[in-house]
Design a protein around this ligand. Structure first.
Ligand SMILES: [Zn+2]
Length: 558
């Protein structure tokens, strides 16, 4: 719909109608009754943020100005304070690289014969380096299996290898992803960070590789080639860094499974045999004895986007912080639907979570300051690769070591209350004890995510804070709906993924049932409040990827 009527700001500010707080009513603890989560805030803010006037909230567009100013107004009206030295905003310097598709090239040469792969249908490449031209000529290809260097798991696919001037050919996911359980050196079916494509490029760069190419395969990647192709074409946003990312490989990319087979066959190798070998402990990388070349011409544009940061100072230990996060950005103008609608409104993703962030802030402010401070962080450029949260993680307005822990929201439940709560990244942190208590008080079960192989834990903003050690929880309603059970729940999820996810039809619907979102927000409120009142410092569990980062930043953890 193109001509959506937006609600005037003044009307939004009234926010009077609320829903009773079920969790508080059922609570058997001595906690004081919590204030209600405002349904008006959830509805009104989601409708406004996802209106066509906001143009899909892409970073650097007029939609950004509207969004961040509205959020600052709402936080101020709720009685919070600006979180960044008197400002509501934190500048996030970004750089946009747009490769000329006409001159983007990747080819391999074997036995004097050069094969060009077609950009888009057979390969995609790009660069993190902020330079106008990339040229890699006749660099040797090396098959490095899963491209993992994990000393704590005694696994190094780069053992004894000098990758300088060479191109790594890498499998997606991790060596034991085909296991049916979550047990194993790389947590079995569950994807570890070593399985994530972003890790593959980071490690190849650390090894000094000139280029890194991932072999696409739908099942272990968790998405089809079409997703790779669309997300790697057009302008690519990245953090603007002083070193212009010259520490990264000259180019990074993906090839289709068929193209990879052809490339390996030209080297006298078989992808299936190599993959089988790569899953075995002690695997040694295979120099392929053939070369590849890559070329890119970039146009470069710099821009700043902004995170929005509000704070409710603590009454007793204001220099200890509990954080709630949600990304405000979405895709902006996008591929038009058949009806011509070219605005990806991002109503569910993540106008709902952003509205939830404001609703939580209002509820906490209404209850009065807890012992510790509460930070409400609405980050930018999540859709471009978690850039706003990554920037915050590297440049936090308060020390990461003083940030007790937090909760991220990305897409609220708009299909009614659920009997279960699903944890993405289950088993990683001691925050789950807080969740267990709060969920039990609501009469709900806590369960692991049903598809840990998708690597969802690495795909929203909590991960950026986890990487710097801050314990983060990412949990929400499961599919077992109070009304209709698992069948209704999975049908609703399927409908969203197939018909709305990242498309122009992710639009606000006045018929949404908000009671499930309110149930989840009550849960987040209870956990956030408990963390803000306790003197505890919950940590990552000993085997979690981020425990080391936390212990390093809080050596005297009590
Ligand atoms: Zn999202």
């Amino acid at each position: 719909m193109k001509f959506r009527q937006t609600m005037p700001l003044a009307l939004l500010m009234l926010g009077a109608a609320t829903m009773p707080m079920a969790a508080a009513a059922q609570s058997t603890t001595a906690e004081t009754a919590a204030p209600a989560i405002s349904l008006d805030t959830l509805r009104g803010l989601t409708e406004t943020l996802s209106s066509d006037e906001f143009e899909g909230r892409a970073p650097g567009t007029p939609g950004e100005e509207l969004t961040i100013n509205l959020l600052a107004e709402r936080f101020a009206a709720a009685g919070l304070q600006p979180g960044n030295n008197g400002s509501w905003f934190q500048d996030v310097p970004l750089v946009e690289l747009t490769a000329d598709p006409a001159t983007t090239a990747f080819s391999f040469t074997a036995n004097g014969e050069t094969t060009d792969l077609a950009y888009g249908s057979e390969m995609v490449i790009g660069t993190r380096r902020v330079v106008s031209t990339i040229d890699v000529e006749n660099a040797e290809l090396v098959f490095v299996g899963y491209g993992i260097n994990a000393p704590e798991r005694n696994w190094n696919d780069y053992e004894g290898l000098d990758m300088t001037g060479r191109i790594a050919v890498i499998l997606v996911n991790d060596p034991d992803y085909q296991t049916m359980t979550n047990e194993g050196l790389f947590e079995g079916r569950a994807m570890t960070y070593y399985g994530r494509w972003t890790y593959k490029y980071e490690e190849a760069a650390r090894q000094g590789a000139a280029g890194a190419i991932i072999v696409h395969e739908t099942e272990p990647a968790a998405y089809g080639w079409n997703v790779v192709e669309s997300s790697w074409s057009g302008p690519q946003l990245n953090m603007d860094a002083a070193d212009n990312h010259m520490d990264r490989s000259a180019f990074e990319g993906w090839v289709t499974n068929d193209a990879a087979r052809a490339m390996l066959a030209a080297a006298g190798q078989d992808l299936d045999a190599l993959s089988e070998a790569a899953r075995q402990p002690g695997f040694s990388a295979v120099p392929l004895g053939i070369t590849a070349s890559a070329h890119l011409d970039n146009s470069i544009r710099r821009e700043a986007s902004r995170n929005v940061i509000a704070i409710l100072p603590g009454s007793e230990r204001p220099d200890e912080y509990v954080i709630h996060t949600a990304h405000w950005d979405h895709l902006g103008r996008c591929t038009p639907a058949p009806d011509g609608d070219d605005i990806c409104n991002g109503a569910l993703d993540n106008a709902t979570g952003t509205a939830g962030l404001v609703a939580l802030a209002e509820a906490h402010a209404a209850a009065g300051a807890p012992a510790r401070s509460l930070i409400f962080l609405a980050v930018t450029a999540e859709e471009s690769g978690l850039l706003g949260s990554a920037y915050y993680g590297n440049n936090p307005v308060v020390p990461a070591a003083q940030t007790v822990g937090g909760i991220n929201m990305d897409g609220l439940n708009i299909v009614g209350p659920a009997n279960n709560v699903v944890v993405v990244g289950y088993g990683k942190s001691e925050l789950e004890a807080y969740l267990e208590r709060a969920a039990t008080a609501q009469g709900r079960r806590v369960e692991p995510e049903p598809s840990p192989e998708r690597g969802s834990f690495f795909r929203s903003d909590h991960f950026s804070l986890a990487r710097v050690g801050i314990p983060m929880l990412y949990a929400s309603s499961g599919e077992d709906l109070v009304d209709g059970g698992a069948e209704a729940g999975s049908a609703a999820v399927e409908d969203y993924i197939v018909n709305r996810y990242h498309g122009p039809s992710d639009e606000y619907n006045p018929d949404w049932d908000w009671s499930g979102a309110v149930q989840d927000l009550e849960l987040y409120y209870t956990i956030g409040r408990a963390l803000a009142e306790t003197t505890e410092w919950p940590n990552w569990n000993p085997d979690a990827e981020f425990r080391g980062a936390r212990d390093a930043s809080r050596p005297a953890s009590d």
